[in-house]
Write a protein of this length. Structure first.
Length: 441
């Protein structure tokens, strides 16, 4: 096994590194903000370093996988803001794979030039992990589709011009079959975007309401009713194969080690046995994460199936990111929770912020439980679990008929998990008991 990069690859890494060092001066980092993000993006566009993973014919660089790995690692290590993630990694690849020539010509060049930004309208209040239960409806009307429904957790919908959206086009088909994918202009009348402020106090997430939104039939991406097997599957795969996390994790450990070495005198940290153990443990975990990521890259470079590997990598890095900030907060002690702006803040308040931000890592893009299910079935060959929750997959009426027959598995736990309030949990339990043979005991 030889994990070294070739001479040419190392030269390329040096080129990327020196470009990023020039951009990320202390001052640029300090001033930060949207203006810096936009100007940095423009420089990436000028260099042709945006859609580096796309084929050349669509304005990408067509770089081999290892070059992309190096590029992503350096970007992550230097904490470079990610360019339009949804356009580059979700909408773009789906359009390349399933778009008509007109859709490709219209949508792809502006994504490469970073002139349009995208959001992903998949999740709904009742359809997250079980995405195929989505209820947003697109009904044919002459040359158009009329879309009605609601999306949630739609990242950057308030900023995006376009949305790659899933809607049900055949309500009578089995749930995975009747779904289609649409490329929707966010300015279309009938779309309302409402902010969801997260616990960091940031506005990146939104609810999107669709009331009689008329989109032309040319907005359909791929075959009608087949989105589950085409665009949706493709975008979720891209979303879960992110590489480069280990580079940003490594950078954080380096920062913490510098901090530990810097604190001298009676508070000296470098002799603290517990912190040394914790840092060593983190360094080992990061190295394991790096190897897992390289394995995905290697499989991709050989054109081999990725199977459960993206799930394993997503799961590992998202959980590691939480362990890592936890360790970081321990290193900083009472300084840990201080935010940027405080006189005593350390490491620019990064730990306090990431402590909150990383919470979402284990459910955004698919929860840890779902990744474990994928590893268990695809990786270990365990049989699929029986349908988990009739209350969710069948709907209330069907559940009542199940209750009459006395079978309602997971009745109490699952609605609670799905975010129903306790009143509806007890209501469900009450109905179950009163309808079950024998009635309320
Ligand atoms: C920061 C962030 C950004 C996001 N951005 C977008 C976006 O831009 N566009 C978009 O469409 N979506 C987005 N999402 C939504 C994301 O994909 C969903 O949150 C995710 O799929 C989980 O769905 P849910 O929140 O409905 O949870 P649920 O599916 O309701 O799950 C609730 C709990 O039940 C568990 N669970 C569910 N099913 C099973 C099962 N079969 N076995 C065991 N446990 C189970 C889950 O693991 C979880 O713990 C984003 C989410 C976050 C947090």
């Amino acid at each position: 096994m030889d994990f070294r990069f070739t001479e040419e690859e190392e030269k390329f890494r040096e080129e990327v590194r020196s470009f990023l060092k020039e951009q990320f001066t202390a001052r640029a980092e300090r001033d930060g903000g949207m203006a810096f993000y936009m100007s940095f993006n423009r420089k990436l566009v000028e260099k042709g370093w945006t859609a580096v993973h796309w084929p050349k014919e669509y304005g990408g660089q067509g770089w081999p996988i290892m070059r992309q790995v190096i590029f992503n690692e350096e970007m992550a290590y230097h904490r470079a803001p990610r360019t339009d993630f949804m356009g580059m990694n979700i909408a773009g690849p789906a359009i390349i794979a399933y778009g008509t020539p007109e859709q490709k010509e219209f949508h792809l060049p502006p994504i490469v030039r970073q002139e349009t930004f995208w959001c992903q309208g998949f999740t709904e209040p009742g359809a997250g992990s079980d995405l195929a239960s989505l209820q947003t409806r697109a009904a044919e009307d002459g040359d158009d589709f009329i879309i009605n429904g609601q999306k949630t957790y739609t990242t950057m919908a308030h900023f995006a011009q376009w949305c790659i959206l899933l809607a049900r086009t055949d309500p009578h088909a089995t749930k995975h079959r009747g779904i289609s994918c649409f490329l929707v202009d966010m300015k279309t009348p009938g779309i309302t975007v409402r902010p969801l402020i997260d616990m960091v106090g940031m506005h990146t997430l939104n609810e999107v309401f669709l009331d009689d939104v008329k989109v032309p039939k040319t907005a359909l991406l791929g075959d009608k009713n087949m989105a589950w097997y085409q665009a949706a599957g493709r975008s979720l795969e891209s979303e879960r194969s992110a590489i480069g996390n280990s580079a940003s994790e490594r950078r954080l450990v380096e920062d913490l080690v510098h901090y530990i070495k810097d604190v001298k005198g009676s508070d000296g940290l470098s002799a603290n046995h517990m912190l040394r153990q914790r840092m060593a443990e983190m360094a080992i975990e990061i190295e394991i994460g790096r190897m897992l990521s390289y394995r995905v890259a290697w499989l991709q470079s050989k054109g081999l199936p990725l199977d459960y590997m993206p799930s394993m990598v997503k799961l590992y890095h998202s959980e590691l990111s939480q362990r890592l900030v936890n360790a970081g907060i321990q290193v900083l002690g009472l300084y840990g929770p201080l935010e940027r702006g405080s006189k005593w803040v350390q490491l620019r308040g990064r730990l306090a912020r990431n402590y909150l931000v990383t919470v979402a890592n284990t459910f955004g893009g698919g929860t840890s439980e779902i990744q474990r299910l994928i590893v268990a079935t695809k990786g270990l060959g365990l049989p699929r679990e029986p349908a988990l929750d009739p209350l969710i997959t069948l709907g209330w009426e069907d559940n009542l008929s199940l209750a009459k027959r006395g079978t309602l598995p997971h009745l109490v736990l699952r609605p609670y998990i799905k975010g129903h309030d306790m009143v509806s949990v007890f209501d469900a339990l009450f109905r179950h008991l009163s309808l079950a043979p024998g009635g309320i005991p």
